[in-house]
Design a protein around this ligand. Structure first.
Ligand code: 13P
Ligand code: SF4
Length: 366
C-alpha cells in the first residue's frame, strides 16, 4: 500500500540547518538506491548534497551510468527528462521543484519546429538536405523530432563535434533553440556569418527569402538565454580598462560579440577547469550564471585568483534557482515513506526517438 505523500508545507518552515541534517540522514538511509545529480548553477545549499556535479553532458552521461533506483536531479526540467530517457525502466527520475525550467528551452516547441520543417520543405527536400540539431536545453518531444529525422542532440561541450557529424550527413543544419550557441560554434568552424541565417519562428517562412534559405549553411532558431544575453561587449571593455591583465571567459550562450572579445569560450565544466588550472594570482572576468561565478571566486581565493561576474547587473537563472533544501528534503523523505513525488516521465514513444538522437550524441568521442 502506498502511504499518503508528505506535504511540502511541512518542510518550508524548517531552518537551513534542520533541512541539511535531515537531508544527510535521508541520503544515508536511502544509500545506493539514491543518486543526486547537481548542475553547476545550483545554489550552494542544494549543490553541497550532489553526489555528482557537472555540466549538461557530464550529467547526462552520469544519468545513463547510474544504477540507482532514484535519480534526483537538481537542475531543470529538460535535464530530468534526459535522465528518464537514458535510465532503465525500473529507475525513476525526480525533479524536486517542477517549476525548475529553462526559459530558452521554452522558446522552441514541437508545433513551431514542425511548421518550420514543413515550410523549409517547400524550398528544399528537408529530410535529404537538413540535419536537425537540438541543444540539450529543449523538451523531450524536440529531441524525438531530431531522432525521427536522423538528427542529433548537442551540449555546449560537444556542439562543434555534433555539427561536424551533421555536415558529414547533410549539407545544412537547422539548429534550435539557441541561436548564439549555433552561431558561435559555426563561426569557430569557419562558416561565414552570412551563411548562418536566423529563423524567426513567429513569421511565415521564418522571415527569410527562399534564396536566403538555399544559401544558408546553418538555419538558427531565434532563441536565446536571457541570463547570458545580459552580458555586453562594453562590460568587458570597461573591466579591462581598470584591470588590463584580466582573462575573459564566457559560455557560448553569450552573444557573438561577447564571445569574440573573450579569451576562452566553453561550457560550465570548461570554465571551471580553465580557472582551476590557471596560474595563481590571476584575475578572471566570467560570462555565465552568478551562482557558479561566486562559487569559483570562493573556491580559488586562497590561490590569489579573483573571479568576477561580467555584468554590472545581477542575472540569475531564476527558474533553475528554484530548487532549495526544503524541496529536496520533501522528495527524499517521501522516498523513505515509499512515495515518489515529482517524477518526470517521458512518453514511451517519444522517449524511444529522443533516445536515438541522444545516443548519436553520446556515441561521439567527446
Ligand atoms: P552547460 O552544459 O555548459 O552546463 O550549460 C547548461 C546551461 O543551461 C547553460 O546555461
Ligand atoms: Fe536555460 Fe539560460 Fe538557465 Fe541555462 S542559464 S538553464 S539556458 S535559462
Amino acid at each position: 500500500m502506498v502511504a499518503t505523500a508528505l506535504g511540502l508545507e511541512d518542510f518550508t518552515a524548517l531552518s537551513e540547518i534542520q533541512c541539511k541534517q535531515r537531508i544527510l540522514e535521508a541520503k544515508a538511509a536511502l544509500g545506493s538506491r539514491l543518486v543526486i545529480l547537481g548542475h553547476h548553477y545550483q545554489r550552494d545549499e542544494v549543490f553541497q548534497h550532489a553526489d555528482y556535479a557537472g555540466d549538461s553532458l557530464k550529467l547526462s552521461r552520469q544519468a545513463a551510468l547510474s544504477g540507482a533506483e532514484y535519480i534526483v536531479f537538481c537542475g531543470v526540467h529538460f535535464m530530468a527528462e534526459v535522465a528518464d530517457i537514458l535510465s532503465s525502466k525500473n529507475q525513476r527520475a525526480i525533479l524536486p521543484d517542477l517549476g525548475a525550467g529553462c526559459s530558452m528551452a521554452d522558446m522552441a516547441n514541437l508545433a513551431k519546429v514542425e511548421r518550420a520543417w514543413r515550410e523549409l520543405n517547400t524550398v528544399l527536400d528537408a529530410d535529404k538536405e537538413i540535419t536537425p540539431v537540438t541543444y540539450i536545453n529543449s523538451a523531450a518531444d524536440l529531441k524525438a523530432f531530431c531522432g525521427r529525422h536522423q538528427g542529433i542532440v548537442c551540449t555546449s561541450t560537444n556542439a562543434k563535434h555534433v555539427l561536424e557529424w551533421s555536415f558529414q550527413r547533410r549539407e545544412k543544419v537547422l539548429f534550435f533553440p539557441d541561436q548564439h550557441l549555433g552561431r558561435n560554434t559555426g563561426y569557430g568552424m569557419d562558416i561565414p556569418l552570412d551563411q548562418m541565417v536566423v529563423w524567426d519562428f513567429d513569421k511565415p517562412m521564418g522571415g527569410l527569402s527562399k534564396q536566403a534559405i538555399r544559401d544558408a549553411k546553418i538555419i538558427l532558431w531565434k532563441g536565446f538565454c536571457s541570463v547570458h544575453q545580459i552580458f555586453k561587449p562594453e562590460d568587458i571593455d570597461r573591466f579591462l580598462e581598470k584591470h588590463p591583465e584580466t582573462k575573459v571567459i564566457s559560455h557560448p550562450e553569450a552573444s557573438f560579440e561577447v564571445c569574440q572579445k573573450s579569451d576562452y569560450v566553453g561550457s560550465t565544466e570548461y570554465i571551471i577547469q580553465t580557472i582551476k588550472e590557471a596560474e595563481k594570482n590571476t584575475r578572471w572576468l566570467v560570462g555565465t550564471e552568478l551562482n557558479l561565478v561566486n562559487r569559483l571566486n570562493d573556491q580559488f581565493k586562497s590561490e590569489g585568483k579573483s573571479v568576477h561576474f561580467m555584468s554590472p547587473t545581477i542575472c540569475m537563472c531564476s527558474t533553475m534557482f528554484r530548487i532549495d533544501q526544503p524541496h529536496l528534503l520533501w522528495c527524499l523523505e517521501n522516498l523513505l515513506e515509499g512515495n515518489v513525488v515529482n517524477q518526470i516521465k517521458v512518453d514511451v514513444d517519444e522517449a524511444k526517438f529522443a533516445r536515438l538522437a541522444l545516443d548519436s550524441m553520446l556515441g561521439l568521442s567527446i
